[in-house]
Design a protein. Structure first.
Length: 288
């Protein structure tokens, strides 16, 4: 396996940190960005100039573009872009403030879109590359109270489903990663909306009790962050790029149930769907 250069957002914790550590240990180069890059100082001391760091709030589009430009200028070529930065929110739709809504969308949806737009000219110019986007099992399946988080993850999946088709002719592969609940800091960083009494005895209120328990939602999750990081890194050696990686038994079960349910609903509406065509309408198919 040849040495690669990687660009990773949100590299100071969770999956981003686990991937950065592994890549450096095996001899790759990493351009690692984080809100607090000083949290990577221990790795810098150990691995020297194979670790390049930059402070980055991914919601600051101008700075994001500048950091991307500098990373490519300093490294010449970057083989893999890992869009990992993000966080979760929890609450009933009417419990959120406008600011919380805008912040979640800015971080989980708009930032990956802008990162992709910033790196694509470089990947095209160098003749290809790989983009790995951290999504979630919540990009396919839902739970009550996850509405904002799901909106961003379903949105990013739709964005990349289309971009995959756009950039394939340039040798650029894209993989969406859909982990389930893993034992990372994610649960403790959830932005939980102030509760409305009206939801106390609803599924939202019941889930809130679980989320706000001292152990947090991720403490007993089935997902092993190290194994998930290993699976993500290994996917880059697969050609063509897998469109999705569903990681974790809980992720598989929830996504399988969601997709099966949607297929059943679609089949149940087939006759109605066809009945709304013009009688002389030719058969057409969406690109896939």
């Amino acid at each position: 396996m040849s040495t690669r250069t990687w660009f990773i957002t949100g590299a100071s914790s969770g999956f981003g940190r686990a991937m950065t550590e592994r890549l450096l240990e095996r001899g790759d180069r990493v351009a690692a960005t984080a809100r607090k890059p000083e949290r990577l100082s221990d790795l810098a001391g150990k691995h020297g100039d194979r670790l390049w760091t930059a402070a980055l709030d991914v919601t600051d589009t101008a700075t994001l573009r500048a950091v991307v430009e500098k990373a490519f200028a300093d490294h010449g070529r970057i083989d893999v872009i890992v869009s990992n930065a993000g966080y979760g929110t929890y609450g009933a739709a009417e419990e959120f403030t406008d600011e919380a809504i805008e912040a979640q969308i800015a971080t989980n949806l708009l930032a990956p879109v802008q990162l992709t737009r910033a790196v694509l000219p470089h990947l095209r110019a160098q003749g290809g590359g790989r983009i790995v986007q951290l999504s979630s099992a919540g990009g396919q399946a839902v739970f009550p109270g996850g509405n904002l988080y799901h909106a961003t993850k379903w949105g990013i999946e739709g964005f990349f489903e289309s971009v995959i088709l756009e950039v394939a002719p340039f040798g650029i592969g894209i993989t969406l990663v859909e982990p389930g609940v893993a034992r990372t800091e994610f649960g403790h960083s959830l932005d939980v909306a102030p509760a409305l009494d009206a939801y106390a005895d609803t599924p939202v209120g019941q889930m809130r009790q679980y989320i706000e328990a001292p152990a947090g939602i991720t403490a007993n999750g089935p997902g092993d962050p190290d194994r998930i990081a290993d699976a993500i890194l290994a996917s880059v050696d697969v050609s063509p790029a897998p469109r999705r990686l569903t990681l974790g038994s809980d992720a598989y079960q929830s996504v399988h149930a969601a997709l099966t349910g949607r297929i059943e609903e679609l089949e149940a509406s087939k006759d109605l769907a066809f009945s709304t065509d013009f009688a002389d309408s030719p058969a057409t198919e969406w690109a896939s």
